[in-house]
Design a protein around this ligand. Structure first.
Ligand code: ZN
Length: 81
């Protein structure tokens, strides 16, 4: 059977080996060495790092978007109930 396609293949969590800058708030947020961060790999292979605060917000949005997709996918109720 074919593999189930993953929508999250371009996202992963890395532990910063040295200080990184959070892409969402370059001036205010930084990721210290040893801290986990969300890494999103873009089309050209560019990586964007997000601190744990911003990552939590991004993941919450992914969850909300998934919920919306699931709702849209649900077959219409036959009874209309
Ligand atoms: Zn951030």
């Amino acid at each position: 059977m074919a593999q189930i396609r993953s929508l999250l293949k371009d996202a992963c969590i890395e532990i910063a080996e040295r200080k990184r800058t959070c892409h969402r708030n370059r001036k205010g947020h930084s990721i210290a060495k040893g801290e986990p961060c969300l890494v999103i790999i873009e089309e050209l292979g560019n990586k964007k790092n997000y601190c744990t605060t911003c990552a939590a917000q991004i993941l919450a949005k992914v969850e909300a978007d998934l919920g919306a997709l699931r709702c849209e996918l649900r077959p219409p109720d036959v009874d209309g109930a």
